[in-house]
Ligand binder design. Sequence first.
Ligand SMILES: C[S@@+](CC[C@H](N)C(=O)[O-])C[C@H]1O[C@@H](n2cnc3c(N)ncnc32)[C@H](O)[C@@H]1O
Length: 286
Amino acid sequence: MSGMRTFAGQVTGWDRLAWDQKCMVRYRSLSWIASLVSLLPIPLWRLLRWAGSDKEMPGHHQYGRTYHALFRHLKYRRTRLLEIGIGGYDFHIGGHSLLAWQAFFPFGTIVACDIQPKPMLAGRRRHIYRTDQSSATDLAVLAEREGPFDIVIDDGSHLSAHQIFTFHELFPALRPDGIYVIEDVQTSYWPGKVGATVWDGAMMDTPEFARTCVGYFCDLLKYVNHSEFVPEQRYDPIKMKFGKRIKSITFEHNLIIIAKGNNRAASTFAADLARGERPLADTADG
Ligand SMILES: C[S@@+](CC[C@H](N)C(=O)[O-])C[C@H]1O[C@@H](n2cnc3c(N)ncnc32)[C@H](O)[C@@H]1O
């Protein structure tokens, strides 16, 4: 069998290809298959497994079913998905999740960026950028050239400071009913070195936890009910602005899911509010 394989390898020229060339040939074949199966109603978790993404892998994350439930209504639409973090870092081409998105959204455009150069992964429905998610300029270029997006997934550096910063910069580039997902927020609970990386997490019972990604979104969650604030309530004007555009914030194991939407309805208890004053949502600007 291996003799036959060597023979076939010599005849086709496969054996003469360098490792990275072989990776690219494999990637292009998988990309072709992805486009072919994209019209079929295959569940997203199966596609993520097929593509080899750690988003749905035994012993790794189990995001597939959540993603399927979140994105199924967008499957046959002209969905624009932006993913931060292509994978493979500086030693492999990566791009596993991009294949799964391509195989799930037959009419979708997949925009993806990484701090490492990955131009070889660009394709008809895959737009690739070299982007540092901690750079406002880089993120503005993405938003301007490719936005607005139906879905944004942050699977980049997983540093809390970057996750919060990227949300601030890219949330405006999300469509009014878009979905923003931050992956791997376990790093919020890691103060210092875990594995090879020094993380910017904190102990949950310290004031520093508020600066972490999980801490930040736990606080932002309070603003989903901004219209119920009494007039004396002190608040953060930036979070208030976000609160008026967020329908829900959901926490799952290692995931934060933010559903954008108009959240400007006045208090349901306006009549009961003290002194008959108007609820804050009606008076605060933004
Ligand atoms: C976990 S991998 C992404 C995996 C991929 N989304 C998948 O599911 O197959 C994280 C990627 O983020 C990239 N990255 C790290 N820091 C970054 C930064 N500051 N800006 C953008 N990308 C970054 C890394 O180079 C790496 O390729």
